[in-house]
Design a protein around this ligand. Structure first.
Ligand SMILES: N[C@@H](CCC(=O)N[C@@H](CS)C(=O)NCC(=O)O)C(=O)O
Length: 204
């Protein structure tokens, strides 16, 4: 694993691999570099022969929830996190949160209902969907959105802490999708902390 600093990320060399200058990317000998964490997780799992069921019906459901996690759910906490972390003005932040919170709770409420008392999103076994959804929900935790949904927090934690899964060897590939996403997670030790106390005072 190679950790990039901000300057490396914006270099022409990195942008040739990741057009938006973001992390993570996956680079393996003999294969073109890839970007987008969802694509990286999918390719590692698929080539390792794990976490993606092969039956047509199950696979269709896996695809549904995979895109739902990335398109329908992840953007919701991200919208709040962007304001929280990057809006420079405290008044603007305070004004934005009440505007976006009702929709966020609507979406998370629907996810909560869909998961119900199941352990995992599709069938009875942990899949790429649970992994990718737990990554999006991690953003929700960072802005205190899961406090109202303890079952979602239990799901997120369980998915994020599943032990490494042995699969077929993929040439020089990370041993599990967890490795891929951690390239992103570990490079942000200096990320701004959310002021949870302030939000609690604001009763959100
Ligand atoms: N959709 C991208 C998002 C990646 C992303 O947001 N990466 C963050 C770090 S976790 C980043 O590189 N931020 C810096 C930037 O956007 O300039 C993916 O899933 O790979």
């Amino acid at each position: 694993m190679r950790i990039l600093d901000a300057a490396d990320q914006k270099s022409a060399a990195h942008r040739a691999k990741q057009p938006c200058g973001q992390v993570p990317t996956l680079e393996e000998d003999g294969r073109p570099p890839m970007f987008e964490s969802g694509a990286l997780v999918w390719t590692v799992a698929e080539r390792a022969g794990v976490l993606i069921p092969t039956g047509a019906v199950q696979r269709a459901r896996i695809l549904e929830w995979y895109f739902a996690a990335l398109k329908t759910i992840e953007g919701v906490p991200m919208n709040i996190a962007e304001a929280e972390f990057f809006l420079p003005d405290e008044a603007a932040k305070a004004g934005r949160r009440p505007q976006v919170l009702p929709f966020a709770h609507h979406r998370l409420g629907r996810l909560h209902a869909a998961l119900g008392d199941h352990d995992w999103l599709v069938g009875d076994t942990f899949s790429v969907d649970d992994f990718i959804m737990s990554s999006g929900l991690k953003i929700a935790v960072s802005v205190d959105l899961l406090i109202k949904y303890p079952e979602l927090e239990t799901f997120r934690h369980a998915a994020w802490t599943v032990p490494p899964i042995e699969g077929r060897s993929t040439t020089n590939a990370p041993s599990s999708p967890h490795t891929v996403l951690r390239t992103c997670v570990t490079r942000r030790p200096g990320a701004p902390q959310v002021n949870a106390q302030r939000r609690r005072r604001a009763n959100v």
